[in-house]
Ligand binder design. Sequence first.
Ligand code: NAD
Length: 425
Amino acid sequence: MSYDKIEVPDSGQKIEVEDEENDEISVPDEPIIPIIHGDGIGTDVGPAAQRVLNAAAQATGREISWMRAYAGESARERYGEDVNLPDETVEAVREHRVAIKGPLTTPVGAGFRSLNVALRQTLDLFANVRPTYYLDGVPSPMKAPGEMNMVTFRENTEDVYAGIEWEHDTDEVEQVREFVEDEMGFDETMHDGPIGIGLKPISEKGSKRLVRRAIDYALEHDREKVTLVHKGNIMKFTEGQFGTWGMEVANEEYPDDEVFAAPDSLWEEQDEVDIPEDAVVIEERLADAMLQWMQLRTDEFDVLAMPNLNGDYLSDAAGAQIGGLGIAPGGNFGKARMLAEPVHGSAPKRAGQNMANPTALILSGRLMFDYLDWDEAADLLRDAVEETISAGKVTYDLERQLDDAEKLGTREYADEIIGNIEKLS
Ligand code: NAD
């Protein structure tokens, strides 16, 4: 494919698919990786993270051939005022299989739809994965933040985020109201007067592939438990069915001695349930209770699999326990493809001031290295970031919560991490 505004690097090779169904790729030592720096603080953290990722790759005998691609503000500047997500950006990410992006701004209430959601849907990146682990030295509101070592799998393509909704006072919303009230019989459920209506689709396909991905991850990474988190007591045919389909995957697709679908009673009667030794346990929890248990019994959770909205809330809350948005990494996964991105947004107030914390984007790069099977580079990144933070060298967001820390700008903090990469390798 030829690109117009995107510069294709002179060297490097493409990541190829080995087995799409089983999520296998083949990675050259100098892969071409598209990068979108992003809006707002993306202009600070994007270039900083890129330098740190280069250093970790080079220290372990690899090289990344970056391909700068544009979305949001940077796309409007190059392609025209109406172009937020150029086709060639989507194509670059699609063609090269693995990419990384900073945050993109989404206007609230009006304007264009979320570019993040558009990218996830267009490329069918169905699982949003957020590893939530504690780094020494990071300020946390918890008494024992080190107990958190969880990975959340959030369904990424459906639920109320599918974007099927109708605005108040439109013909469309009145048609939907009429259908729901007159034809489906919910005639006393909705209030009279202006109303907005949205749909919450949760499918067997979307639920099962997400839970399957979470279980496979747990098996591959020696995790003990996968918790399916939903509000099935209230939303029985969507959230509840997510749990039922998830349990079907556990029961029907894996041998019992590898994956054990726990009965509801497991929570209270652990001792009375006969769990095969070494099997990954699959259990269900209600989302509201889960927000409480995650804080009170942090060390009991391991891998979580959730529909989209629960996943959004719970993964942010989990991130807060280990230091918040400046730290929390993430990635979106499809079949033999991945797009790494931090949890945080574009924080416009801090943009362009060399202030923002690039850790979340750097650790999203770590998740990308994991996916490339660059284990040594991934570990080096984590160790170098931890070394930097535990030496009290941090950006403003952490500095203001710590005694005796040294406040560094985004660039200077990245320099420190690069220094530690060189020291540790
Ligand atoms: P935000 O994450 O951008 O910022 C919330 C606050 O967190 C900021 O004011 C800042 O104090 C702090 N913060 C966030 N990231 C930080 C970092 N790296 N270093 C230091 N401090 C940091 O959330 P918001 O204000 O709700 O959203 C702003 C914009 O970002 C919106 O347009 C929203 O739609 C978008 N957004 C994009 C993504 C994405 O691209 N994946 C995710 C969330 C929000």
